[in-house]
Design a protein around this ligand. Structure first.
Ligand SMILES: *[C@@H]1O[C@H](CO)[C@@H](O)[C@H](O)[C@H]1NC(C)=O
Length: 432
């Protein structure tokens, strides 16, 4: 190989035969001569692998190809068969040896990174990306976000999918320890979102009720007190960056913790009202981001994002709610947002058959134990797909009925509030 022809590349070494390899949006079964991917464009990339295509445990790492005209960057990752993990090559002598020998694997061992599928050039083991969307799907992910979430490990921000969900492990004696020996749980430092408490500490009755219905306070708290970015726009981008990160970690690794966080983030965002006005730009970008994300999970394994469930899983009720919020807000400022939301709405109608029009949804008053009345929505009985999981949950209770349900007098205020919140939550996703 003429060294002048060399490009940025990542080596993926020691894989067992016919392992699964992947970079960004594409994955492939590796051939025996596969050693990695060349012609990497600058920017963030996500490399992942699994010992074979049928096992569900995958390991991956983000790394950053710096732009600029310096010498080509070479990243070296290897499969560690004893821990079944993807690790960075840290031995300097190994790194030097591989760099010196790149010529011997360049032509046959490294597959070119591609952006666009061209159907007749698709060879076995060749990395062909299905679309040019990677850059857009990662537009707000950056090294500082990756370091916050996965720990400070530049060019090897790693994570994986657990072999079993924690709740499964509990029931299988012995498995937990052996599993955690192989893959010790690594805590992801995701933004702390507690949808059951979206008000400030010390908030009183009506403030809590309001904050359970309009989660703007909780969003502001995340942006101001939990994001690394110090300026407001930076914080908003960081929240959107986490929406992007979590989505991709479900898409590529099927990491369930990230799925739950993706759902929490979207639930928080789409149940904001005041913030829509104050952070319009963020919501415009959110609608764009979500539309692009949905276009990448439309043909995924059924149910991975819970979107194929009857009633559209968690997302459809959320989007309906957000549509209503938008309708209730007045002013020219919302034009761009309405336009973006309309495109999103059209997309989910065309692809998932979701009707976000809520002309069926009725409103009702929920009277709390302390006599306070909270407006809630009640789904019309005549709309078929609102039966089942999202069947009407809210009924008008008389104060006496409330007392019967919550007899404890001492927790008077407390239980009334919590009920309002629980009802609001259940209205959107019964699993929270
Ligand atoms: C998600 O990734 C983290 C970090 O690698 C890991 O500890 C955790 O077990 C994964 N969770 C699931 C459910 O896959």
């Amino acid at each position: 190989m003429d060294p002048a022809m060399q490009t940025h590349c990542v080596l993926l070494l020691n894989l067992p035969p016919s392992a699964l390899g992947g970079i960004d949006l594409l994955s492939f079964t590796t051939t025996p001569r596969f050693r990695g991917v060349k012609n990497l464009p600058p920017g963030l990339h996500f490399l992942f692998a699994s010992s074979d295509a049928t096992v569900s445990v995958r390991h991956g790492a983000w790394f950053y190809v710096s732009p600029g005209t310096g010498s080509p960057q070479v990243f070296i990752k290897k499969w560690d068969p004893t821990t079944e993990d993807l690790v960075a090559e840290t031995s300097q002598s190994e790194v030097l040896r591989w760099k010196a020998n790149l010529g011997s694997i360049w032509k046959d061992g490294l597959t070119p990174y591609r952006q666009i599928v061209s159907s007749d050039s698709k060879e076995e083991g060749e990395a062909v990306e299905e679309s040019p969307d990677w850059a857009e799907l990662t537009s707000r992910i950056n090294p500082s976000l990756l370091s916050r979430i996965t720990g400070l490990n530049p060019d090897h921000w790693s994570l994986s999918s657990a072999s079993s969900a924690p709740q499964d492990l509990e029931n299988i004696p012995g498995l937990e320890s052996s599993n955690s020996f192989l893959h010790p749980e690594k805590e992801l430092n995701l933004l702390p979102i507690d949808l059951k408490r979206t008000w400030r500490l010390g908030a009183t009755g009506s403030e809590r009720t309001e904050a359970a219905q309009d989660r703007s306070w909780a969003l502001g708290d995340l942006i101001e007190n939990h994001c690394k970015a110090r300026d407001p726009r930076g914080g908003e981008d960081e929240v959107l960056g986490e929406v992007q990160f979590c989505f991709l970690m479900v898409l590529t690794l099927n990491n369930n913790s990230c799925l739950e966080q993706w759902k929490r983030l979207l639930t928080l965002l789409f149940t904001c009202q005041k913030a829509v006005r104050e952070r319009t730009h963020m919501f415009v970008e959110l609608c764009k981001t979500l539309r692009l994300q949905l276009s990448h999970c439309a043909d995924m394994e059924a149910g991975m994002f819970d979107l194929n469930e009857q009633g559209g899983g968690f997302l459809k009720p959320l989007l309906r709610k957000f549509r209503r919020t938008l309708e209730e807000l007045e002013g020219d400022w919302k034009k761009r947002l309405v336009k973006e939301f309309d495109e999103l709405q059209e997309y989910v109608r065309d692809v998932f058959g979701w009707e976000l029009d809520d002309s069926y949804v009725k409103r009702g008053m929920l009277e709390l134990e302390d006599g306070e009345r909270v407006e809630m929505e009640v789904n019309g009985a005549d709309e078929d797909d609102e039966k089942g999981e999202f069947a009407p949950l809210v009924v008008d209770l008389t104060p006496t009925q409330m007392k019967e349900l919550y007899p404890s007098g001492s927790e008077h205020q407390e239980s009334g509030e919590e009920e309002a919140d629980a009802a609001d939550l259940e209205d959107m996703d019964t699993r929270y």
